[in-house]
Write a protein that binds this ligand. Structure first.
Ligand SMILES: [Zn+2]
Length: 241
């Protein structure tokens, strides 16, 4: 797992070696020096000189395609829990604070998915990758993916009603009858089942609930003070971001 925390203008951004493909720019905006993330500031920075796409997320399995003709740009929001694009000059984003951000790249195309327990139970990541591969005629062997910072399997307590939606491989019952759910593995399994090579899927071990210095966490904060914002952009393959 190779990642770095970089300063990009006014933003602190986690970047993954896994996604360093020609013509692909990506990152997860995290807290800078422990300061709460200001959504407006982030969108202003990411959208400078670009068409910026921001989601109104509803824990659905809806994935919007941002290509020619797509015109819902920030400050308008598109109702979706995933975005894919092959259109240069466009920055796609999703926001999370314990849910899983999934970042997927292939030459000339990018996909972002927001998957909490509802989206994971509906298989949004797997569905999105299949659609992505079909729409952009991508060879699955060329697809790279990162399961980004999310609530870790030791910290994500759920009730029986939620646990029963998942296979035994990704949940663990505690003596008190509560369950611990592993959203990372649930989504990793979906990506692999959709054809991404296991060696091309990197899973972050950052837990949003444990790392107050870097992340917001719905479970830790209760009333959210901000969210992490994952972004991707594709461009000319000769352009090195
Ligand atoms: Zn944790």
């Amino acid at each position: 797992m190779s990642w770095r925390l970089a300063e990009r203008g006014c933003l602190a951004v986690i970047e993954y070696d896994q996604l360093r493909l020609p013509g692909v720019r990506h990152g997860c905006v995290v807290k800078r020096a422990g300061r709460d993330i200001d959504e407006h500031e982030v969108y202003s920075a990411l959208g400078r000189g670009k068409r910026l796409v921001v989601t109104e997320q509803t824990h659905s399995d809806q994935v919007a395609v941002v290509d020619d003709g797509f015109a819902t740009h920030y400050p308008a929001r598109v109702g979706a829990d995933g975005l894919m694009t092959g259109r240069p000059g466009t920055v796609i984003t999703i926001h999370t604070a314990d849910c899983v951000p999934v970042l997927v790249a292939a030459p000339g195309a990018a996909l972002l998915v927001h998957a909490g327990w509802r989206g994971s139970a509906q298989g949004i990541a797997g569905k999105a990758v299949r659609e992505f591969a079909r729409r952009y005629a991508v060879d699955p062997a060329e697809v790279r993916a990162v399961i980004g910072p999310c609530i870790g399997p030791e910290c994500y307590e759920v009730g029986t009603d939620v646990a029963k939606l998942f296979s035994g491989r990704v949940k663990h019952e505690r003596p008190d009858g509560k369950w611990l759910l592993d959203l990372r593995t649930a989504n990793r399994d979906q990506l692999a089942a959709a054809g991404i090579r296991p060696e091309n899927i990197v899973v972050s071990d950052h837990c949003t609930r444990c790392r107050n210095d870097l992340f917001h966490s719905y479970r830790r904060e209760g009333r959210l003070r901000g969210t992490m914002i994952a972004f991707m952009e594709v461009g000319d393959e000769h352009h090195r971001y």
